[in-house]
Design a protein around this ligand. Structure first.
Ligand code: NAD
Length: 403
């Protein structure tokens, strides 16, 4: 009887694994589960939040990549995994049994237990939350017209990590449209970023990170660095202004967006896997330590980089590689062959600041400015190709390289 592989999650890792398992003539039955009927490009959601891209532009239907001869797609919400009985429990649907399981449930916003984050700030983690940010922004612009309350024109991004920086770049680009709605000049819209540490973007050299930050500063973004956020109140960010005297200060704004980092899906911990912030330290072949038929990949997974002796960072690039690797290892297990150890050589990472500026590293080379933005688009197109194939890449890819 053919073996049943269940893949949880249709993000970068899950769809790349699906692609690998659908390839060739395998005696396999595959079930792919996702709460949505579409895949979204998680690296581009800040553009939807800022209103410079529609969500249609960064999503495609999952059915487009499902080969119905071997794969069934189930739209449903995973509640828990019972790895002892090899069952996946779904909300309001029958449980799924599996021979092999790939857990690729992605990430969630992390509040670090800071009071008020859930109630008074906006998350930006998926399509609905990103659309909500844009909707909120347009509402504030309209409210300004009525009330002339300057706080309606203030936007605070909490955290200057990769996500916060890319969001600020897109918000700058979206200012013209927002200003139009408010009936003001774009300069009237004020962008703030509050960040806990002083050494920003530690994945890049100080000079390269500084290039990106300076660029945003030139565009008028106000950075408050070395100011850990302690609480979010209605329309207010409370931060530690002086670490020696413990003096707090407040920044008022009608839009507060929370981008201080993510954790892996809570389902992993809820299911009894040894997870820390939703991430499980997996075996070198990407399986769970106690279950050789369960692969945990993408943002739910932590894999040791032997060179740095630290887990690899979570990125779309590594998720794609893990997906491919898990698929290959399951194929090996089915043939009774040994699984292979996961290795990863980063091709580098590039942060966009708006549509035609970016900065980052490609291999050992630092890139910045317009050429970097072309590289960034090529990276995005490549990841679209790896999950969606040529069709989705041609339909949704970025080819606006020419100014
Ligand atoms: P992150 O952890 O990289 O950055 C979060 C930032 O928020 C940090 O600078 C941190 O110091 C700050 N912060 C945390 N708590 C704070 C507080 N209380 N007050 C003020 N600041 C605080 O998180 P991210 O930007 O969400 O990225 C998550 C992961 O996704 C990272 O691994 C990142 O590299 C990756 N990512 C990659 C890309 C890309 O490759 N283009 C894009 C987005 C995200």
């Amino acid at each position: 009887m053919s073996k049943h592989v269940v893949i949880l999650g249709a993000g970068y890792a899950g769809l790349r694994a699906l692609h690998e398992l659908q390839k060739g003539n395998n005696d396999l039955k595959i079930t792919l589960v996702d709460q949505n009927d579409y895949h979204f490009e998680a690296t581009d959601i800040h553009e939807v939040a800022a209103g410079i891209q529609t969500s249609e532009r960064i999503t495609y239907p999952i059915k487009d990549v499902v080969k119905t001869a071997c794969t069934t797609f189930v739209q449903g919400r995973v509640e828990t995994i019972d790895s002892e009985n090899q069952l996946v429990h779904l909300k309001d649907q029958e449980a799924l049994s599996y021979d092999y399981l790939i857990v690729a449930l992605g990430y969630e916003s992390e509040s670090f237990g800071i009071p008020g984050v859930e109630e008074f700030s906006l998350k930006m983690v998926d399509i609905p939350t990103s659309e909500k940010v844009y909707q909120h922004l347009t509402e504030q612009m309209k409210a300004y017209k009525e009330t002339k309350d300057e706080n309606c024109l203030k936007i605070v991004v909490c955290g200057a990590g990769f996500t916060g920086i890319e969001l600020l770049g897109s918000l700058h680009e979206g200012k013209k449209n927002l200003a139009n709605i408010a009936g003001v000049e774009p300069e009237k819209i004020q962008l703030y970023c509050v960040e806990a540490v002083t050494r920003l973007l530690p994945m890049f050299s100080e000079k390269l990170g500084g290039y990106g930050i300076d660029h945003l500063k030139k565009w008028g973004v106000n950075f408050l660095v070395g100011k850990p956020i302690k609480e979010i109140k209605q329309d207010t960010v409370v931060y530690l202004d002086n670490q020696e005297t413990n003096e707090l200060n407040e920044l008022q704004a009608k839009t507060i967006i929370w981008t201080t980092g993510v954790s892996g899906s809570h389902v992993v911990g809820d299911s009894g896997f040894a997870a820390k912030r939703g991430r499980v330290m997996v075996q070198p072949d990407l399986t769970d330590a106690d279950h050789s038929n369960v692969y945990i990949i993408g943002d739910c997974s932590a894999v040791m980089d032997k060179e740095s002796n630290r887990p690899y960072p979570t990125t779309a690039q590594i998720s794609l590689k893990m997906g491919e690797h898990a698929g290959k290892n399951i194929k090996a297990q089915l043939k009774g062959e040994p699984t292979k150890e996961f290795t990863f050589k980063s091709l580098g990472s590039v942060a966009s600041i708006g549509n035609s500026h970016a900065f980052g590293e490609v291999g050992k080379m630092e890139v910045k400015g317009y050429p970097a933005s072309v590289i960034k688009k090529a990276i995005m197109d490549r990841s679209l190709f790896e999950t969606g194939g040529i069709k989705e890449m041609l339909a949704k890819g970025r080819f606006d390289f020419y100014r």
